[in-house]
Design a protein around this ligand. Structure first.
Ligand SMILES: C[S@@+](CC[C@H](N)C(=O)[O-])C[C@H]1O[C@@H](n2cnc3c(N)ncnc32)[C@H](O)[C@@H]1O
Length: 223
């Protein structure tokens, strides 16, 4: 993402994020945490649209740098911190919302969910747009997909539900993502290395092959 200059990398893109938050009770007093914020597109949107207190965290230094640059250039008041979602540098009960957009499959999901639960206020909500397997694949196929994308796990809908419950979440709602991905915008295609084209090609091949099996769901739940 960072090398290709892609702004946002979750299914449905920023339009899905906007649609989700239209239905949430967000205002200028809301404290929102975006875990795995990437280049900060969602952080910037939430801070500008609602005037909320927004913090983004990401483990990747290039992402953090890009997100900080975005806030500075657009004169947006928001914090961006480099850290892991598995060990958040926040006190308990700080946030009204935590958003995770295509992040939890890359990490130790249980640790991440425990941490997210810890930093949410009571009554606070987790909204997660996450990869969801429709049915299990062969071990070989799962390993190849995990290795290519760097996923830590490939999870079925029922297992996401179990993990959310184990972390303590309640009122779990699961929705199908029906919106389509906006076409990615590459800011520096002329600078793209051949290796990156190959990665994109492999991604398109997997997307086609596992269409209808590797899907996304929108999970929302309450502490
Ligand atoms: C598919 S991208 C999604 C980025 C962003 N949420 C978006 O929708 O554009 C996954 C992001 O998760 C971040 N990430 C991966 N492991 C992480 C971890 N352990 N803690 C925090 N961020 C992590 C990556 O650096 C990357 O920015």
């Amino acid at each position: 993402m960072s090398q290709l200059g892609i702004e946002g990398a979750h299914p449905g893109g920023i339009n899905l994020t906007k649609k989700i938050f239209e239905r949430e009770n967000v205002n200028k007093n809301s404290h929102i945490l975006d875990v795995g914020c990437g280049t900060g597109q969602t952080v910037a949107y939430l801070a500008r649209k609602f005037g909320a207190h927004v913090t983004g965290i990401d483990i990747n230094s290039i992402m953090v740098e890009k997100a900080k640059k975005r806030m500075k250039e657009k004169r947006i008041q928001a914090n961006v911190i480099q850290c892991t979602v598995e060990k958040l540098p926040f006190l308990d009960n700080q946030f009204d919302f935590v958003i995770s957009e295509s992040v939890l499959s890359f990490v130790d999901t249980s640790s991440a969910l425990n941490e997210i639960y810890r930093v949410l206020k009571r009554g606070g909500r987790l909204i997660a747009i996450e990869l969801t397997m429709k049915h299990p694949l062969s071990e070989k196929e799962e390993d190849a997909i995990k290795q290519f994308y760097g996923f830590n796990s490939l999870t079925l809908k029922k297992d996401w539900e179990v993990r959310l419950k184990q972390a303590g979440f309640d009122h779990i709602r699961i929705k199908k993502n029906t919106s389509t991905n906006p076409t990615p915008v590459f800011h520096n295609p002329e600078g793209m290395e051949p290796e990156l084209y190959e990665i994109l090609e492999q991604h398109l091949e997997y997307s086609f092959k596992y269409q209808g099996i590797l899907e996304y769901r929108i999970y929302s739940c309450t502490k």
